[in-house]
Design a protein around this ligand. Structure first.
Ligand code: CMP
Length: 139
């Protein structure tokens, strides 16, 4: 299996509740190497663009408000089979459906406020990583 990369955000609810350390610990313990990381506060325009694929969905406005209400931690992670393994580690979008021991089961409150993002494909991992990290960052 090839080593590759995924992109994650610890969302505003994780930061507000003081879960950054606990979630990073789970990420490290699962064998991911953090190759880039920063705390940042998305603007409304940033969040609208990042989630443009959802702009017709009824929850889009709520999603943009949530993702801009406080800082997030954005990171690029490396591991064999990174995209699929990270999605397994975070669990289902709705924490009520997430498997025991997954990050969303442990730390997410609801479908909307689900603690953490994980890219759904190698292609989106690259797009989302470049959205948050510039060509001047070395990773
Ligand atoms: P994520 O899968 O990381 O990216 C899209 C986000 O939209 C998702 O996490 C949730 O935060 C949010 N989302 C998805 N489905 C719903 C829904 N039915 N209601 C509210 N928010 C949602």
């Amino acid at each position: 299996m090839a080593t590759n990369r995924t992109f994650t955000m610890l969302k505003p609810d994780s930061v507000e509740k003081g879960y950054i350390g606990a979630i990073l610990e789970k990420i490290n313990a699962a064998g991911f190497r953090i190759v880039a990381m920063k705390m940042t506060h998305m603007t409304t325009a940033d969040a609208q663009e990042f989630y443009a694929v959802h702009n017709e969905r009824p929850f889009y406005g709520e999603l943009v408000e949530y993702m801009t209400r406080g800082p997030i931690v954005a990171a690029i992670l490396e591991k064999e089979n990174a995209v699929d393994d990270f999605r397994a580690l975070i669990g289902a979008t709705n924490p009520a459906d997430a498997a025991e021991g997954t990050i969303r089961k442990l730390y997410a409150a609801s479908m909307g406020e689900n603690a953490v993002h994980g890219s759904d494909s190698d292609e989106n991992a690259a797009i989302e990583g470049f959205f948050h990290f510039s060509g001047r960052d070395q990773f």
